[in-house]
Design a protein around this ligand. Structure first.
Ligand code: NAG
Ligand code: NAG
Ligand code: NAG
Ligand code: NAG
Ligand code: NAG
Ligand code: NAG
Ligand code: NAG
Ligand code: NAG
Length: 556
């Protein structure tokens, strides 16, 4: 073997990245970069090579690195295998394919191994492999035996997880359901919940709606709620409240959570649909006043998010269902305010309306309002006359001295007269007249004089008051008599002048106030005094003192 050639080849290896990646004439070598092995099991590290034509291998050697020093494990030549002295000597071998085999793998076997192939005139090549050794840890979980207190602030130990004989040193992760728990209770957000919280399933304009976003991470992550990508909405804590939603608020809302620890981004979306009814339109919007006997057709329309229902109302009463209102052969009674009321049957509480005043040429119809029932001479009274007519009526009063004010809406005139009552007015009453070019109407107010200052009702009052007085006096006298009688009887009893018969004692000496007490105390079955009285009634002769002692005994 030429020493010179050997050196040249070694220099070549310095300048080229790999000695094996040479041309067709060079030695090609393949060794796995990393080999995983488990403690106690067997493993092997392969070493495959291709030798140029007309050459054959001279030797294959396996080494391991120990403190940056290469130590030969074995070598194989055409003559056989030569096991070198090493701490692996009795556990190693080489296969026909030159793979190094190691049995009963130990943790210390985790190191770098080299395969070197010598091929005579083709030179030699070598490559390294890293052996990694691991051992599945033996894991056991011990649950705290004396129960777990559920307290919000205190941390309590739930269980202990022990891992033994793992190699390399294992890490322990607790899972709650599918989710890993992190030290100090942090857990990155993995799920995000984004919901619409409103008064019902169907939302309508004016409702208060809250969009709630919640991720399951701890501590709570920051939430971003937006509708269109760059239009961020102020949503502290993941909550966005819309006080009075409008149809413009409808759309898709997004909630985004970014967990800086896990670099995890989560996004959820909800679609908000706000039901609405646009302000209805009535056609024709304006019309000429109708003559009696003519017809009028009105149509109402509105846009809404869901099917709509139309009604026509006059003075709160439904006069027609549907979009159309047809008025045939109108009279002055047709005249008035008609409302088109639009509702959405699927969404309760959503309603919109619009009104139109239907003008019908008519002579006035008149109603009178008297603001007091009885009047007195010199009193200031007020009366109103309300006329409905097209064209608008003028109202005249038969007593022009009073002041009168007018107020009118479409077709209506309300004229109010304030006047001081004279004896003449009491007699004649007051007339009001409403008039337009189609006719007139008159209303007569008769004034009723207020009755006498001492009407019969007052006398009844007086009688009632008097009888009440009599009852009070009688009660007071009765109480006094009982008190005096009681005092006399007590006095006589003290002096011993009254024989103390069983029934007598019971009936007479019991003061009035005690009667009530007895009723109450019998129920509770406790008071000695009452017990004494009952026993007395049963004929037992026990003194009041005995009972008192018993009472104390009971207390003790
Ligand atoms: C290999 O050897 C054969 C005969 O032994 C010879 O004919 C051939 O040319 C050789 N090839 C090379 C590349 O040296
Ligand atoms: C966990 O809490 C302890 C004590 O409160 C603290 O020292 C430690 O830094 C915390 N670890 C993490 C990962 O937050
Ligand atoms: C909303 O989220 C769902 C899944 O959560 C997704 O399939 C859908 O594309 C999202 N819609 C929009 C408009 O982003
Ligand atoms: C219209 O009403 C008036 C009175 O109410 C009645 O006399 C007349 O016949 C009605 N005309 C038609 C066409 O119905
Ligand atoms: C109206 O006032 C005049 C004088 O001011 C008086 O003569 C007349 O009696 C009054 N009429 C009524 C109804 O009060
Ligand atoms: C008609 O009715 C509406 C509401 O129903 C009311 O606001 C309006 O003042 C009424 N108009 C007249 C002229 O009575
Ligand atoms: C007419 O006007 C008076 C005074 O303003 C008022 O008290 C009364 O209620 C009105 N009547 C009607 C029907 O509007
Ligand atoms: C009021 O009208 C009636 C007829 O409707 C008439 O007899 C009376 O004299 C009138 N009274 C006054 C004060 O004008």
């Amino acid at each position: 073997m030429s020493g010179r050639r050997f050196v040249r080849f070694a220099l070549g290896c310095v300048f080229l990245a790999s000695c094996s990646s040479r041309g067709a004439n060079s030695l090609e070598l393949h060794v796995p970069k990393v080999v995983e092995a488990e403690v106690g099991k067997e493993t092997s590290i392969s070493c495959n090579f291709v030798i140029p034509e007309n050459s054959s291998y001279a030797y294959v050697k396996w080494f391991y690195m120990e403190k940056s020093e290469r130590k030969e494990i074995l070598s194989k030549t055409q003559d056989g295998v030569d096991l070198k002295e090493s701490d692996m000597k009795d556990r190693v071998g080489i296969s026909d394919e030159f793979a190094l085999s190691i049995s009963k793998v130990a943790p210390r076997d985790a190191r770098t191994y080299w395969c070197q192939v010598g091929a005579g005139s083709a030179g030699f090549a070598e490559k390294q492999a890293e052996l990694r050794v691991s051992k599945t840890p033996e894991t056991s979980v011990t649950v705290v035996s004396d129960g777990i207190g559920a307290s919000k602030d205190d941390l309590s130990q739930i269980a202990t997880c022990t891992s033994q004989n793992g190699y390399p040193t294992p890490s322990i992760t607790w899972y709650k359901d599918q989710h890993p728990l992190y030290p100090n209770g942090t857990d990155p957000s993995e799920n995000i919940d984004f919901v619409i919280d409103g008064p019902g399933k169907e939302l309508k304009e004016g409702d208060q709606v809250t969009l709630r976003c919640k991720a399951d991470g701890y501590p709570e992550p920051d939430y971003t709620i937006f509708k269109v990508e760059d239009q961020l909405l102020n949503a502290p804590g993941g909550e966005l409240t819309l006080e009075h939603v409008k149809k413009e608020d409808s759309g898709t809302y997004y909630c985004r959570v970014f967990d800086f620890e896990s670099m995890y981004e989560l996004e959820a979306n909800v679609t908000l649909s706000v039901n609405y009814i646009d302000v209805p339109t009535i056609t024709p919007e304006h019309h000429e006043a109708l003559k009696e006997g003519e017809d009028l057709e009105l149509a109402c329309d509105a846009k809404g998010s869901k099917p709509l229902e139309f009604k026509w109302k006059k003075k709160g009463k439904v006069v027609s269902r549907g979009k159309k209102l047809s008025l045939f052969n109108v009279t002055h009674e047709t005249l008035g305010n008609y409302s088109c009321v639009v509702t959405m049957p699927e969404v309760a509480g959503l309603v919109h309306s619009k009104h139109v005043f239907v003008n019908v040429y008519s002579k006035p119809s008149l109603t009178g309002e008297m603001h007091q029932e009885y009047v007195r001479v010199n009193e200031l009274i007020s009366l109103s006359c309300i006329a409905v007519a097209v064209p608008k009526a003028t109202i005249l009063w038969s007593a022009p001295n009073g002041t009168s004010g007018h107020s009118h809406r479409n077709g209506h005139v309300n004229s109010t007269l304030q006047i001081r009552v004279t004896p003449e007015l009491l007699k004649s009453g007051i007339n009001c007249t409403a008039q337009n070019n189609l006719g007139l109407a008159e209303h007569h107010f008769s004034l009723q004089k207020r009755p006498d200052p001492t009407p019969p009702s007052t006398r009844i009052d007086k009688e009632a008051r008097e009888s009440k007085g009599v009852i009070i006096v009688a009660v007071v006298v009765g109480i006094l008599v009982i008190a005096v009688l009681g005092a006399v009887l007590y006095f006589l009893h003290k002096k011993g002048k009254l024989p103390c018969g069983r029934s007598g004692k019971q009936e007479i000496t019991r003061p009035e106030a005690h009667k009530d007490e007895i009723v109450v105390e019998v129920k509770s079955d406790k008071l000695p005094e009452e017990a004494g009285l009952l026993q007395g009634a049963n004929g037992e002769k026990k003194s009041a003192g005995d009972q008192g002692e018993k009472y104390i005994d009971l207390r003790n």
